[in-house]
Write a protein of this length. Sequence first.
Length: 313
Amino acid sequence: MKQLSMISGFLGSGKTTLLNRLLQDPRMDSTAVLINELGEVGIDNLIVDQFDDDIVLLESGCVCCSVRDDLTASLLKLHHRGELGQIPPFEQAVLETTGIADLPSILQLLMSDKPVCERYRLGSVVTVVDACFGPANLRDIPEASRQVVMADRLVMSKTDLADDAGQAALRDSLRALNPGAPCFQSADVTPEQLFSHMPDHSDKPKLPHVHHDARFATFQVAWDHAVEWSAIETWIEGLLSARGDDVYRIKGLINVTRESRPTVFQSVQHSVYAPSYLTAWPGGKPYNELTFITQHFSRRAALASLRPFVSAV
């Protein structure tokens, strides 16, 4: 199964510049990149060969695919071509979204499409925010703030164009919206920092129950003992049926009964992604930890929904 990650960011944030730099890194040579139109990304100097109207090979060995209409069809076509040996094999795919993309909608689409879920597991959601206009965009534009809230990793761009006060203001805004996401500088961030499957939870600081931006809440729920996967399925089905519009994302690790590996759990609003697995427990000891990103839904409400299925939470 191949990993599918995303790079998002509001209009002019610098995600295309970041992607172009990453594509020249030899560590990306087993990557397929999907973009809305090839013409939107300045890769002309990187093209080695053209397989058809939609797929080109880059100097680094990456495969670049144009997404003009149907994202799921493009993902399936790319996977099929790779399986047939018609394009170089790839281990992961990276999707660059449009500047005004609504990430919850895209994630729901990917997570609800069974053929896609059978071939791709969800990797990192990366959001790029520029230091010049980012603070104002996050304050005034709902799409921009949702892109930050949904991210696993954050990247600050154009820091050379902002003074210390401007950079500090952006960091404060990002921390308020998403305190759990690592934040990097676009000039020196590496592919491993952005696209590793899951962050190492062993050294991750605990989040506050509710962070400081009143529009969203981010909190964690944790417990120690193993739980039946059927109990988790029943809980999440009921929760998202009742409150899916308010629960933007849940992600984390579950200690499932009779499963020695950590089970990776992810949901986005009304959709739940098929479980995937890490090879070993971060820190060596099994545990359960879920991070919630919500609106109008508190940690107390999350605990109340879980207790009938997880008695010790």
